[in-house]
Design a protein around this ligand. Structure first.
Ligand SMILES: [Zn+2]
Length: 466
C-alpha cells in the first residue's frame, strides 16, 4: 500500500496498472501538451486516476511498486502515448468496397453501389465476417471509439454492436432508418414506416442489454440515413424516440449540392432547420459533413449543442465543396473527424487529420491558377495539425459527451502507443533538431498502423503487437 499525490492509497493488483513514458495530447484546441516522462495510474474501472511527473514525491515509489507487481508498462525512447482516436462517421457495411467506386456523384453512388452492397447484410454470416474484419482494422489503426452506421437490418446491426463489444471497442451503433419509396429501392428499405420504427426500438433495447454492457461501452444511435431517404412520418417518429430513449442521433447534413438542394426543394429550408423541426437536433446529435451549412445553421447547431463529423477525404469525392472547418471552430461549434468509410477511401483517422489540414489549405489558397491570388481562395480558412489532432481526439470526446480524447485524471484510459522505432517506420527523428510538437506533426503526416503497437480502450488492452 502506498500514498499517491492526492493522498489516496494505491495497491497494484490484477485490476489496476501503470504506464510510464512520454505522452502528447491536445487538451486545448490549437495547443500540444508534451511531457517527456510521466507515470499514469489507471484504476480497476479503466479510468486515469493520476498522472505523476518525476518531481512528484510519490513518482519513484509508485513506479517501483507497479513494476514489482508486474503491472507496469514502460515506454522506451521514441515511443509516445497518445489519446485513442475517435472516428465520428463510419459506414460499417461499406468496408468491402473501400477504395473503389469513387468516380461518380453521391446520388448515383448510393443507387448503383451502396444500396446493392448494403442489402446483402440480410445475410448474418456476411455481417459477422465483415464487421469482425472492420473492427480489427480500425482498432489496429488506433481508433478506440467509432460511431457506426450499420444497415437497415435489425439482426445485422445487432451483430455489429456485439462485435464491437466483444473486441472491446467503444462504439455508438445505429440501425439505419430509410423508408422513402422515391429514394430507396424496393430491395433495400424499411417495409413500412411503422415496422421500421418498431425495429429501431427493438435495436436500442437489444444494444443496451448486451450481457456485460452495463457501463455502456457500446451505445445505440437513432440513425435516419439522411432526410432524402426518410418520410416525414419516419423523421418525426425517430425524433420522438430519441427524446424518449435519450439516445444518440446520427445522420448526414447538407453533404453535397444534390442532397442540400433536395432538402431545400422538399421543405423550403436547410437540413439543419429541418432536422431541428423533427426533434433530431439535440446535444447528442452528430451531423456528418455539413459542408453547405449557413451561418444561421451554424448558430442552430451550436445552440442545440449538436456536433459535426468533418470527413475531409470523403468530401473530395462526394461533396462538391470543402467544409469550412476554421469558420465552424471559430464560431464555437464542436467538430470531430470521420473517415466516412467508404466515401473516404482510408480507414485511418491520422490520414484524415492530414486531409483536414490539406483541405483547409486548398480552401484558403484556392485552386484555379487562372485567377489572381486575391480571388483564388477564402482568407483565414486554414487549420493547423494541432487543431486537426484536437478534432480527432478531444473534439470527438466532446461530440459524444464522453470523457475520452484527452489524457488527464478522471478520463477513460483510451490510449495508443505510437512507436517510431519499428523497422518499417516512415518517420525519422532528429533529436537535436525536432521540437517536441514536431513529433506529433510527423506522426500525423507519416505514421501508419505499423507504428501503432499498443491500444487500450477503457483500460483494457485491445491491440498489442509482439
Ligand atoms: Zn456517410
Amino acid at each position: 500500500m502506498s500514498i499517491n499525490q492526492q493522498g489516496a492509497s494505491v495497491h497494484f493488483n490484477n485490476d489496476n496498472f501503470a504506464v510510464l513514458g512520454a505522452y502528447m495530447h491536445t487538451p486545448i484546441r490549437g495547443q500540444v501538451e508534451h511531457v517527456d516522462r510521466a507515470l499514469f495510474v489507471i484504476d480497476g474501472a479503466g479510468v486515469i486516476r493520476d498522472i505523476l511527473e518525476p518531481d512528484s514525491p510519490a513518482f519513484g515509489q509508485l513506479s517501483a511498486e507497479a513494476k514489482n507487481a508486474g503491472r507496469l508498462t514502460e515506454l522506451g525512447q521514441n515511443q509516445y502515448l497518445l489519446p485513442g482516436l475517435i472516428d465520428l462517421h463510419v459506414h460499417a457495411p461499406q468496408f468491402p468496397q473501400l477504395g473503389t467506386a469513387m468516380h461518380i456523384s453521391l446520388d448515383q453512388w448510393l443507387q448503383e453501389y451502396v444500396f446493392p452492397l448494403e442489402a446483402r447484410y440480410a445475410d448474418r454470416h456476411l455481417a459477422k465476417h465483415v464487421y469482425n474484419l472492420l473492427v480489427d482494422t480500425l482498432l489496429a489503426n488506433g481508433t478506440t471509439t467509432a460511431l457506426y452506421f450499420a444497415t437497415v437490418h435489425l439482426e445485422g446491426s445487432r451483430i455489429l454492436a456485439e462485435v464491437c463489444f466483444e473486441k472491446g471497442q467503444r462504439a455508438v451503433v445505429g440501425k439505419v432508418s430509410m423508408d422513402h419509396p422515391d429514394q430507396c429501392p424496393d430491395f433495400y428499405r424499411d417495409k413500412t414506416t411503422q415496422e421500421g420504427l418498431e425495429s429501431v426500438a427493438e435495436f436500442v433495447e437489444s444494444v443496451r442489454s448486451i450481457r456485460g454492457n452495463n457501463k455502456g461501452l457500446v451505445c445505440p444511435a437513432i440513425t435516419p440515413r439522411f432526410i432524402p431517404s426518410c418520410t416525414d412520418e419516419m423523421l418525426l417518429g425517430l425524433g420522438a424516440m430519441a427524446q424518449d430513449q435519450k439516445c444518440y442521433i446520427q445522420t448526414h447534413c447538407s453533404e453535397s449540392d444534390w442532397e442540400h438542394s433536395h432538402v431545400l426543394n422538399r421543405f423550403g429550408k436547410s437540413d439543419a432547420e429541418s432536422l431541428a423541426g423533427f426533434g433530431l437536433m439535440t446535444d447528442s446529435t452528430i451531423l456528418a459533413h455539413s459542408n453547405f451549412i449557413s451561418d444561421a445553421d451554424m448558430m442552430l447547431i451550436k445552440t442545440a449543442e449538436s456536433a459535426i463529423a468533418h470527413c475531409p477525404l470523403s468530401n473530395i469525392y462526394f461533396s462538391n465543396a470543402v467544409f469550412p472547418a476554421r469558420r465552424a471552430l471559430e464560431k464555437g461549434l464542436t467538430v470531430g473527424l470521420g473517415t466516412d468509410i467508404s466515401g473516404g477511401a482510408s480507414p485511418s483517422l491520422l490520414v484524415n487529420c492530414q486531409m483536414a489540414v490539406n483541405m483547409s489549405r486548398l480552401l484558403e489558397e484556392g485552386v484555379d491558377p487562372s485567377l489572381p491570388p486575391e480571388k483564388r481562395g477564402i482568407a483565414n480558412s486554414r487549420i493547423s495539425f494541432r487543431e486537426a489532432f484536437w478534432m480527432a481526439t478531444a473534439g470527438g470526446g466532446l461530440a459524444l459527451n464522453k470523457k475520452i480524447g484527452v489524457l488527464k485524471p478522471g478520463y477513460c484510459f483510451d490510449a495508443i502507443v505510437v512507436d517510431l522505432n519499428v523497422p518499417e517506420s516512415n518517420i525519422q527523428t532528429w533529436p537535436e533538431v525536432d521540437r517536441p510538437e514536431d513529433l506529433l506533426q510527423k506522426i500525423i503526416f507519416n505514421a501508419t498502423r505499423t507504428n501503432i503497437t499498443k491500444v487500450w480502450v477503457d483500460g483494457q488492452t485491445v491491440v498489442e503487437t509482439p
